[in-house]
Each structure stands twice: as structure tokens, then as C-alpha cells.
Design a protein around this ligand. Sequence first.
Ligand code: NAP
Length: 317
Amino acid sequence: MQRLDGPEPSPAAEASAGPQAVAVVGLGGIGGVAAGCLAEAGIHRIVGCARRPLERLTLERDETALDLPLRTLTDPGEAEPVDWVLLATKAQDTAAAGPWLERLCGPSTRVAVLQNGVDHARRVAPFIGEARAVPVIVYYNGERIAPDRVRLRHIGGDDMIVADEPDGRAFAALFAGTSLAVGLSADLLTLMWRKLLINAVANPIGALTRQRQVVMRRGDIRALGLAVLEEAAAVAAACGARLEPDEPERTLARLLTFPEEAGTSMYFDTLAGRPLEFEALTGAVVAAGERHGIATPLNRALLALLSAISDAARAAA
Ligand SMILES: NC(=O)c1ccc[n+]([C@@H]2O[C@H](COP(=O)([O-])OP(=O)(O)OC[C@H]3O[C@@H](n4cnc5c(N)ncnc54)[C@H](OP(=O)(O)O)[C@@H]3O)[C@@H](O)[C@H]2O)c1
């Protein structure tokens, strides 16, 4: 274990912290790509924590496919405390991954939460004891093509962004020398809400209409999207996000730049009959609206519909 007590390390000291023990919980699109990129760089000791055993992982990137050895565990009882846990399950599976977190965390462990939403630290708090949560905004696209094969697509700019504070800088140092670029932000809260605004429209509408981004080209759907965004932006501002006055219009314009054939993860989960990540997205808007006394009737309607779809998928599983 890396010794982290004593004076706060400088950024330079963090960058040269040496090989770290890293456990990646959830080897799907995001966790598989993170594990693959770390394994490719060969600096740290990586273990995957999954429900099915793997011995190798193929990482596709651009025109290349790298075949990488990856040690995986399938029983939390075999896990020991590590320097870093990268939690990359869907948000609704955090509690199910709790036994992994409990075994992998010691007092100096840092838990990087590679999930969507705005409540990363609150979500893992029940399972990590004295370990520290490090919220991560993920911008890269990770697709699991097969249980042992993932594809990385860079979306442009940083692949991930963390807070510009010691734990965030240590996370950036962990990925130095890999093909994932980690940016630092002095205002992570605003960036988290910006990403949530996109997700709170694109995911529910894709799931409920069972259509890809092409559905956003309809005038009536654009009008609905804008109204959903106006509610969510008011909530975000009440939570301290520093948004532009025309943030809803800007967000909608950004959504319309996405390729028509792109599908959201909630769209794919709906088609596959899997439970949906709605609580961390629409649920977060509605819950924060309640805390701040802001009415969110459209988001609340979407929440009820998504909840019904997700519950039915869970019951059928
Ligand atoms: N994919 C993207 O491009 C993207 C981009 C930005 C943000 N995100 C966010 O990143 C997070 C991860 O998304 P994803 O797309 O990587 O999801 P995903 O492909 O569905 O992968 C989730 C993985 O978690 C595993 N898992 C679930 N419960 C587990 C448990 N109890 N123990 C061990 N593993 C468990 C699943 O295992 P099984 O294989 O056994 O089901 C699966 O491999 C989400 O919050 C998502 O919104 C995704």
C-alpha cells in the first residue's frame, strides 16, 4: 500500500508515486477500457473484479487491437486492500459491488468513481470506510464488444476530468503514460451538472421512444427536451453549478451535433431488457429539485416511466 499519511504530497511527488496496486470493479465499456489502458502502459499492478473470470482482455483502439493479460478475481473474499479502486459499474449496481469495495478498501485507499451522475461520493460512502472517494467525469466512449473485448473511442478533449485537488491530481498521475488523458478542473460540480443535463435528456428520450439520436431531430421532441432541460438547469443552478443563462438552449444545440445513428446506453439497455441507470440521472434532478423546492414535473414524469420500465426488466431477469 502506498503510505499516504504525513504532509500533503506536491503534484510532482504525486506524479512520481511509483507503481500502484489498482483494482477495477466492473469490466464493461468504461472499466474494461480503463483496465486495458493501464495494463497496456505496464506501470501499475492491475486486477479486474468481475462476475465472470477473464484471463486476457482485448483493447481495440483506432485500427489496433491489443491482446493484454489481465488477472481477474470473481470472489470478493479473495480481494485485499489496494491503493486505488476504479469503480466502473453502472450506478444502480454500486450496492451489489459493495462487497468488492469493502474488501478492497483500506484507510489509505482512494476510490475513483467512474460513473455518470452528480452523487459519486454519496453513492459509495456506505461501502468504503475511511477510504476517500474521487469523483470522475468520463468523456471517452467505451463499448464492450464481447466479455473479453472492449473498444475505446476518444470523443475529443480530455477523456476524463477530476477535481484539481490532491486526490484528483493523484488520479491524473495514475493515468500518466496511458492513452487516456485526464484533465483537472477547479469547478467539477459545474462540469458534472453539464454532463447530467445532456444525459437527463438524451437517455430518457432514447429509452422511452426506443430510438437513436435521430429522434432529437423532431420538432416536438426538441421542444420536450428543452422544457426538460429548463427544469434541470434550474435545479443545477440551485445546487451551485455555474451555468450560462442560455444553458438549456446550448445543451440542446450540442445534442443536435451528435450523429443521428448514435444510441445512448439507456436506449441499448432498454432494447436488451436490462435495468436502467435512471436514478443517478433523472432521479438526481428530481431529488435535488425536491431539496431546493424547485418543481420538476416533466423530469418527475420521465422518472416514473423509466422506473416502470426498469422494474419490469428487473422482474423478468
Ligand atoms: N460506456 C460509455 O461510453 C460511458 C461514457 C460515459 C460514462 N459512462 C458511465 O460509466 C459507468 C459504467 O458504464 P459502462 O458503459 O461501462 O457500463 P457496462 O458496459 O454495463 O459495464 C458495467 C460493468 O459492471 C459490471 N458489474 C455490475 N455489477 C457488478 C458486480 N456486482 N460486481 C462486479 N461487476 C459488476 C457488469 O458486469 P456483467 O458483465 O457481469 O454484467 C459490467 O461489466 C456508468 O455510470 C455509465 O453511465 C459510460
